[in-house]
Ligand binder design. Structure first.
Ligand SMILES: [Zn+2]
Length: 191
């Protein structure tokens, strides 16, 4: 049986503005955000054998991004991510505000690796991939690296050039809008 877990309540509306920080609670890594309903929706893309799939938007939605599936969330992070554990996405609209929750992790040992990469918008080739040994003990490794990798990508056109078709990928951005430079802020508004 054991004791109830009483120390991991996470408010859906983060303190100090609507954009929370990733945080770990027990065996889960969690992010929450609260946006105006006028803000563009944070829409999920997944990459499958048939190509990139945009998950249809709904006001109230729970969607499971299966572990191992490359995914991108529009306006939230300007790259693609692969987590070996399932990522659960919640969206709900309440009184003019839209709440989002992302949760990954689960049973101990369920979550161990992350990857950051880009997918060519022309031919869906995966390229410029970076792998991370993470899991619940080292989950911050990914978040400590992602903005620097996005900036390196933006700074070097060779890194943005698709190795298959030669298309030059548009600029990237990191996760936290408060850290965006003007290039990244512009990129965030686009994809
Ligand atoms: Zn390509």
């Amino acid at each position: 049986m054991g004791s109830p877990i009483l120390h991991y309540d996470i408010p859906l509306k983060p303190e100090r503005g609507g954009f929370g920080r990733w945080q770990a609670t027990v065996d889960y890594v969690v992010w929450s955000g609260c946006f105006s309903e006028d803000d563009p929706p944070l829409t999920i893309w997944e990459l499958h054998d048939a190509g990139a799939l945009r998950i249809p938007e709904k006001d109230d939605l729970m969607h499971v991004i299966r572990g191992g599936t490359p995914n991108h969330i529009e306006h939230l992070f300007g790259y693609w991510r692969i987590c070996d554990a399932d990522m659960i996405y919640f969206r709900t609209r309440q009184q003019g505000e839209v709440y989002y929750l992302l949760v990954t992790g689960g049973r101990p040992g369920n979550y161990g690796r992350d990857a950051l990469l880009w997918v060519c918008p022309k031919c869906a080739c995966q390229f410029n991939r970076h792998d991370f040994d993470t899991g619940i003990a080292r989950w911050k490794r990914f978040w400590d690296a992602e903005l620097g990798l996005a900036r390196a990508f933006n700074d070097d056109e060779r890194l943005r050039t698709c190795p298959e078709c030669g298309h030059v990928h548009p600029p990237a951005y990191g996760f936290y809008p408060s850290e965006d430079n003007p290039t990244e802020s512009e990129a965030r508004s686009r994809w």
